[in-house]
Write a protein that binds this ligand. Structure first.
Ligand SMILES: Cc1cc2nc3c(=O)[nH]c(=O)nc-3n(C[C@H](O)[C@H](O)[C@H](O)COP(=O)(O)O)c2cc1C
Length: 132
């Protein structure tokens, strides 16, 4: 998945894991989690994405740091990226520690999008590397 690959590349030197909705078995990551789902149906996660989230939140997240940054298509109007906001809400409700506001990326990862990713990435990096 292009977005996850791009993020992985950006944070290669950081202490964190980037996981996509395709991850077969959801295990609590040992480091901070970037969750990158796509939106389908009417603003819904894919079956895999939903399973992943259900597995992941079946026990309390105990302050697990996370960021949801996922994909949608603006043509879907009110449903644009709705699954991303939903996933963020579920992870917060399960006791996760939101590193940055959820971000919806239009399905084409162009240079402009890469620019908008820079700010939250820099903010997250500061948060993570500030920790003793
Ligand atoms: C059947 C279908 C339903 C979709 N529904 C939504 C939607 O409700 N909201 C949205 O933002 N994008 C929606 N999309 C757009 C997808 O999020 C977008 O095509 C994305 O690039 C798919 O990512 P993937 O190719 O990595 O699976 C939908 C796409 C398809 C094919």
């Amino acid at each position: 998945m292009e977005l996850a690959d791009y993020l992985q590349e950006q944070v290669a030197s950081w202490p964190l894991a980037v996981m996509t909705a395709e991850a077969a078995v959801a295990e609590l990551p040992t480091g901070p989690l970037f969750f990158c789902p796509a939106t389908y149906g009417a603003g819904e996660l894919t079956g895999d994405g939903d399973l992943f989230l259900t597995d992941l939140t079946s026990s309390p997240l105990n302050g697990q740091p996370f960021w949801v940054v996922g994909i949608g298509d603006q043509c879907y109007g009110d449903d644009f990226g709705a699954a991303i906001l939903h996933a963020d809400q579920v992870l917060r409700a399960a006791g996760g520690n939101q590193l940055a506001a959820p971000m919806i990326i239009d399905y084409e990862l162009d240079d402009l999008t890469k620019d908008t990713l820079k700010k939250p990435l820099a903010q997250i990096k500061e948060t993570l590397l500030d920790k003793p």
